[in-house]
Each structure stands twice: as structure tokens, then as C-alpha cells.
Design a protein around this ligand. Sequence first.
Ligand code: ZN
Length: 355
Amino acid sequence: MKKTFLLLMLSFSVFAQNKTENIFIITTDGFRWQEMFGGVDSVLLKDDKFVRNRDRIKNNFVGKTPEESRQKLMPFMWNTVAKEGQLYGNRWAGNKVNVLNPYWFSYPGYNEILSGYADDSINSNDKKYNKNMTVLEFLNNQPKLKGKVAAYTTWDVFPYIINDKSSGIPVNSGKDLAQGNLTEKEEMLNEILKNYSSLASDRHDFITYYLAKEYIKKNKPKVFFLSFDETDEFAHEAKYDEYLFAANTADKFIGDLWSYCQSTPEYKEKTTFLILTDHGRGDKIKSQWTSHGQKVADCYQIWMAAIGPDTPALGEVKIEGQLFQNQVAKTAAKLLGYDFENGKEVGKEINKILK
Ligand SMILES: [Zn+2]
């Protein structure tokens, strides 16, 4: 009896298929775990150097408790992911997510996310083609997924990180216009992109998002990388108010995309979102929140979230634990039923997201 049961369990686990058929990896650059789990930082809010319109921040994002504040700031994360998915990285509760690369800035971080390998030789944000095969390229090489992989990003270094030339993956970033048979919305977005000038070094996240959404509606990609950048941009400019609005906007976009997926047969109940950031920012010395990198303490500290049909609803994970940025690539592939390898020391899959 026991043997039969064991056999049954074994065969069940061997043949148990994941429900996930589509993977979206989504990032918002340099958004701190401190705001994700604690909402608006009251010390920074008081500082005139960083905040020009305190009332607007108070009215929009401050609550009676840190829990209320974070829910106002990141409504999708706290109303949906915290109920139906998983949220990691609340260090106040002993739950840690770390960057493994020693640099704590963007290219090394995105390489670690996408190739699963913390590569010490990547030590700048220069536009150099990545030598590491990303999980996007690996998945695009699978016959079932060929041509079903794409990336839309605000930052214009991503064509190099994803190596669009050798991988064949379309990467729309920076000043890139939408291509091909354009929808009316794409024509409009292209027009805005051509004519709108601003301080933004690449483009605004809203352009990235709505271009991405049109692409997704039209082409129904099965593997998609979406990357926002304004959180980092405004932080470097020392604009704490704008940083908060950028984070809130990114959260709303991710929520909108999730709603779209749940209303679309190609995606409904078979799509997993993996959401995270590329690096942390300063906190110990309060004024260093604007910055990150090796010289700023603790910028290896990040957060991570997951939501999808195979991911148990653990909500905010408040038990001691340690995850690493290099585990995302293998987890993404595993959810689709593939074992990601690229000849490098790739981080292990995150079992809690898979079971
Ligand atoms: Zn960054």
C-alpha cells in the first residue's frame, strides 16, 4: 500500500506539468527594498533637498503606518502580489535578497538577472555586447519559443546586455520607435517619442510601457522582458518625490499588464511575472539614498516578487531566508519546463516559486 502510494506520488511529480506557459521578467531600476516594505521614508520626506512638494507626497503615499504607506505607494504589490503571490526581501523580518556581483550597479545587475551568472568581468555600464548567454536567448533557442521572445526597456544599454545581434531577440529601448505594421496607438507613441524633449536621458517609462503593451497585444510573446528606469533616474537627481511617483507608476503599469494578462486567453492563468530590481541604494547615511555602487553601504540588498499559477500564495515572506539575484534566470526557465544552462555557474532555481 505504502509502496503504491509512493510510486503514485513519484509518477505524479515526474509528469506534473507546470501551468506556466508565459514568463514576464519585469524590473524597475534601483528601487529600494526600504520603500517596498516600509513605504515613504519619513526622514527623507522631511528633507527640503529631496522633496519639493511634501503635501502631494503626504496626500498620495503617506499612511498611519508603514504598511499603509507601502500599500498606497505600491498598490499592485500589496493588494495583489502580497495576496496571490510572493514578496521577498524584507530585511527587517530577516528575509534577504542579495545581488551577488560585487559592483551594485546596473549592467552587472541586469547581466546577473538575465544570465544567472554574477560576472566579475562586467564592471561598467558601457555599451559592450554581453558575452554571457541570457535566459532570453536560451529560451528563444527552444523550438517551441523561437521568435516568441522580446524585450522593451527604457534604458538604451539593453540591446547590448541582451545582445540583440547574436541572440536575434528584438529589443526596443531608448529612442527606438515601434516597428512593422503599426497600430494607431503605436503611431501616436512614435510621434510623441520623436517630438517630445525632456531631461530624461533615454525616454520616459510610460513610452516604454505603452509601446510594450501594444507589442504584447499584437504579437503575444511567450517570454517578455520589461524594464523601467525612472526610479533610478530621479534618485540620482536627488528628487525623492519624483522617485516615489516613478515607483508608483511602475507598480500601476505592472498591475495593468497583469489585468490584461488575466483577461486574455493566451495569458490567463498560464503566465508568471517575476519582478525585481537590479541593485539597492544607500540608506545607512541617509543622504546617500540618491546613490549606489561599491562605495555606498548595503547596495547589494534588493527585493524580489513572483506571481503566477505555479507559485503558492505565500504573500510577504517574513521568515528568515536568503535568495540571490542570480536565481531568477533558472527559475524563469524552470517555470516553462526548461533547464537553463549557459556554460557558466548559474544560480539555482527558487523552489518556493515553483511548487
Ligand atoms: Zn540600475
